[in-house]
Design a binder for this molecule. Structure first.
Ligand code: HEC
Ligand code: HEC
Ligand code: HEC
Ligand code: HEC
Length: 177
């Protein structure tokens, strides 16, 4: 009679023991080996993050190979804009200092979409004093051209006022004579 009275306590104790053993072994097996070396994290992750390959680089790194665009870009009003913003990631184009893959080149509607990401007046959070904005298609209508015109037919993408200033100069010269 006495043994049946105790059996539920023994079952609970056995259950707790099993729980402790499984938990202890599980913790031992599942904890990464460098965990806790410096603090409550995996010490190896510091080295892993530090050794990650750099994917984005500076404009100067693009300019080393693209001298023509570099000259243009440095002189124009886009000189503060990152090449990668308008193109693509350095690491997908160049590796260990050599061109390894083609850089996709934007064309047609993609160019308009790109320009309007920064120059669309509809973006209220970007005040006119900070960045000049235009309204489409009014901008094209005011130039008296078809609304199918692309931004880069009048603006040099790397120095956006280059052609326009030159045209103004020529017109100015004509007026004087
Ligand atoms: C190691 C030299 C090198 C570096 C650095 C480099 N490029 Fe290039 N790039 C090339 C070569 C070579 C070509 C293919 C030949 C060409 O079209 O001029 C090319 C092609 C391109 C093209 C396509 C041209 C076309 O007509 O299809 C673009 C756009 C471009 N690169 C942009 C960039 C940008 C932006 C960077 C920096 C993030 C960059 N490149 C860094 C060498 C380089
Ligand atoms: C404001 C956006 C913008 C920036 C910033 C920009 N590009 Fe471009 N780039 C373009 C667009 C759009 C084209 C394709 C259309 C065109 O050439 O009119 C282009 C074309 C090119 C081409 C191909 C030219 C050709 O004739 O085939 C190269 C190379 C290039 N860019 C390199 C660069 C480099 C290097 C930088 C940084 C110094 C840079 N770009 C910065 C938008 C940009
Ligand atoms: C990443 C944002 C960005 C993108 C994308 C961009 N621009 Fe710009 N753009 C600027 C900034 C910043 C300036 C210099 C400030 C200013 O003048 O508004 C500028 C200046 C200009 C100006 C001169 C405005 C003036 O009279 O001072 C023109 C025109 C222009 N961009 C056209 C374009 C065209 C066309 C494209 C597409 C190829 C383009 N931008 C793409 C940011 C951008
Ligand atoms: C038919 C030629 C033409 C086309 C196409 C064109 N623009 Fe312009 N844009 C101009 C001229 C010219 C000016 C200068 C106007 C002036 O100085 O009064 C200008 C000025 C600008 C300015 C400066 C506005 C300001 O307040 O000073 C921006 C920004 C601009 N354009 C962006 C764009 C964008 C983005 C596109 C494409 C969606 C585009 N433009 C297409 C001719 C054009």
């Amino acid at each position: 009679m006495k043994s049946t009275y105790n059996s539920h306590v023994i079952r609970i104790l056995l259950g707790l023991l099993l729980f402790a053993v499984v938990g202890g072994v599980g913790k031992y097996l599942l904890t990464p080996h460098s965990f806790g070396k410096y603090g409550h994290y995996r010490a190896d992750s510091i080295e892993e993050e530090a050794n990650r390959k750099i994917r984005h680089w500076t404009n100067a790194s693009c300019m080393a190979c693209h001298e023509h665009e570099a000259q243009m870009h440095l002189k124009g009003l886009h000189k503060t804009i990152s090449c990668e913003f308008c193109h693509s990631t350095y690491a997908d184009h160049v590796q260990d200092g050599k061109k390894t893959a083609a850089m996709p080149l934007k064309k047609d509607q993609e160019i308009r979409t790109l320009c309007l990401r920064c120059h669309n007046r509809a973006i209220q959070a970007r005040p006119k004093q900070v960045i000049k904005t235009v309204v489409m298609p009014e901008h094209l209508e005011s130039q008296k051209v078809k609304v199918t015109h692309l931004c880069n037919q009048c603006h040099n993408v790397h120095a956006p006022l280059k052609y326009i200033n030159r045209a103004k100069e020529i017109l100015g010269m004509q007026e004087k004579t």
